[in-house]
Design a protein around this ligand. Structure first.
Ligand SMILES: C[S@@+](CC[C@H](N)C(=O)[O-])C[C@H]1O[C@@H](n2cnc3c(N)ncnc32)[C@H](O)[C@@H]1O
Length: 258
């Protein structure tokens, strides 16, 4: 078993699984029944939002002036001190409990993977793995709102080789379009961090909109249904076990493509 999987089992045995009173074997049985019952995204919106293009244009034409929170500044300042010099960077944006962050770091030991999530509760399991010294060393888990993180990281000059957005909250109500990352005013800051951006979702509309919005910003790539033999994150595992079609959008700036 990989260090990553061992680390993950450690986190589960010392955290959520223990709280609900099951051992590892029980947890695995439970995972099958609990994880395979997720409902597909349901929405009145069945195709890309008619306002998407206008909203993305507005974000591209204006400068977003929201000041970062003090907590966000402190988090990013602390992170900057941890990043090794001359290392390729990978971002796991909305990393949840950090399982995918560890897997990405394990898969490429020469890069430095930064997992960012705003939820202290979700990050706690990953932090236990780091604190126990059994996580890959090329990892940092950061509690920070991405609305702060992306602009602060861009302003600090960070550039990423890859950015992952694994199963972002879909905000399926049409009136919540601006909360989806590709229609949020933070989009230009996310794009400024560069690299290949891989977004995965179980809602086709989100994938179609994401590809369309980034296309409007001069990015290109593929958006396709794709299943992983080995799920990268807990939400991917849950949706795959529930039989959902999983969508993967892999985008890169057109002028950066080889
Ligand atoms: C559906 S979960 C997916 C978690 C993980 N990527 C996975 O695939 O298992 C979405 C995650 O995004 C995080 N999130 C949502 N909005 C955020 C924000 N503004 N800043 C940072 N994290 C955010 C949530 O806390 C949550 O952990």
């Amino acid at each position: 078993m990989s260090i990553c999987r061992r680390a993950w089992r450690f986190a589960c045995s010392s955290g959520a699984a223990r709280r609900i009173g099951v051992g590892i074997a029980g947890r695995n049985r439970l995972a099958v029944t609990m994880f395979a019952n997720s409902s597909p995204v349901s929405s009145r919106q069945t195709s890309p939002h008619p306002r998407l293009q206008a909203i993305v244009s507005r974000h591209l034409d204006s400068t977003w002036r929201r000041p970062a929170s003090a907590a966000g500044r402190r988090a990013v300042d602390a992170l900057l001190g941890q990043i090794p010099a001359r290392t390729r960077l990978v971002l796991d944006a909305g990393c949840g409990n950090g399982e995918s962050t560890f897997a990405l770091a394990q898969g490429d030991r020469a890069c430095f993977v930064i997992g960012v999530d705003k939820s202290a509760a979700r990050l706690a399991a990953g932090r236990r793995v780091v604190d126990a010294g059994i996580a890959p060393r090329n990892v940092a888990l950061l509690r920070c709102d991405l609305v702060d993180f992306w602009p602060l990281a861009a302003a600090a000059g960070l550039r990423f080789e890859r950015q992952y957005l694994l199963y972002p909250n879909p905000w399926p109500k049409p009136e919540h379009l601006r909360r989806r990352w590709h229609a949020h005013p933070v989009l230009p800051a996310m794009l400024a961090l560069g690299g290949v951006i891989e977004m995965r979702t179980n809602w086709r509309v989100y994938a179609d909109e994401f590809a369309r919005a980034l296309g409007q910003c001069g990015w290109g790539g593929v958006s396709e249904a794709a299943s992983s033999p080995l799920p990268l994150s807990p939400f991917e595992r849950k949706y795959a076990a529930s039989g959902h079609v999983l969508w993967r959008c892999r985008m890169v700036r057109r002028d950066a493509a080889p």
